[in-house]
Design a protein around this ligand. Structure first.
Ligand code: NAI
Length: 228
């Protein structure tokens, strides 16, 4: 179990990624009615080592709120609601983020159809496309807006986050427009390395990367089985 003062150093990216995993897992356990969890139980449920989980949780500022405290004796674990609240606060998802989506193609439409963002603290508030045939088409509560409305919309609604789901050839132009309009965080699905100003947070999503890792794992396991 993590104890003592929070580390002063910034949270490294791999740790932040695992904190998101812990949060999702805790929300699942909470829905199942579990009230407390130890770091070793959390580790086991995610097939991680308890040393890694303890190290990751040591980045959390447990002293930031009296609501979040180690409960009971060492080894008894954390209250799931309190650890969840601290993780949300640390990850910045204890508030609702309004997000714009650029690109209403196959991927954009799949993202629009996904209902799970709201429960994670994100709301898709507008979708933009440059194809006049797609403009005004409705997907759920949203209708596609012309990309010419993108900058005014960002200004008017003080939007900070955007998702890029346009072809790779257009992604840099779209990123430039978004960052010039004041967007602070970009989630990029296009298979291209984007250049953004230093103050802008950028994450790329490429499903083929974990697929390659799975293929590698399977190949390695087959080799080990073959050798033994
Ligand atoms: P798509 O061709 O179906 O849709 C792209 C949409 O972007 C079209 O509606 C097009 O009109 C619009 N668009 C193009 N330029 C634009 C601009 N400058 N401003 C606004 N809208 C613009 O493509 P799809 O299948 O939806 O894929 C979108 C992107 O996501 C591609 O870059 C693709 O490679 C990537 N992708 C990434 C995946 C991943 O694992 N990261 C998985 C699937 C797609």
């Amino acid at each position: 179990m993590a104890s003592g003062p929070a580390r002063r150093s910034p949270i490294p990216d791999p740790v932040a990624t695992r904190l998101s995993l812990y949060l999702r897992q805790l929300e699942t356990l909470d829905r199942r009615g579990l009230k407390t969890i130890s770091s070793s139980q959390l580790a086991e449920s995610l097939r991680l080592t308890s040393a890694l989980v303890r190290s990751d949780l040591s980045y959390l500022n447990f002293s930031s709120t009296s609501r979040t405290r180690k409960i009971g004796h060492s080894g008894m674990g954390y209250r799931i609601d309190e650890l969840t609240a601290l993780l949300r606060c640390t990850l910045g998802t204890d508030r609702l983020w309004e997000v714009v989506l650029v690109g209403a193609g196959n991927l954009g439409r799949a993202l629009l159809a996904y209902g799970g963002f709201a429960t994670r603290g994100f709301r898709l508030v507008a979708v933009f496309d440059c194809d006049p045939k797609k403009v005004a088409t409705s997907y759920g509560e949203l209708s596609v807006r012309p990309v010419t409305d993108l900058v005014p919309f960002i200004h008017e609604h003080s939007i900070s986050l955007a998702i890029i789901a346009v072809p790779a050839t257009d992604a840099q132009d779209v990123a430039d427009t978004l960052t010039a309009a004041g967007i602070d965080g970009l989630l990029n699905f296009a298979p291209v390395s984007l250049r953004v100003p230093d103050h802008v947070a950028l994450r790329d999503v490429d499903i083929s990367v974990p697929l390659e890792q799975i293929a590698f794992d399977v190949t390695r396991r087959r080799q080990i089985t073959h050798l033994s």
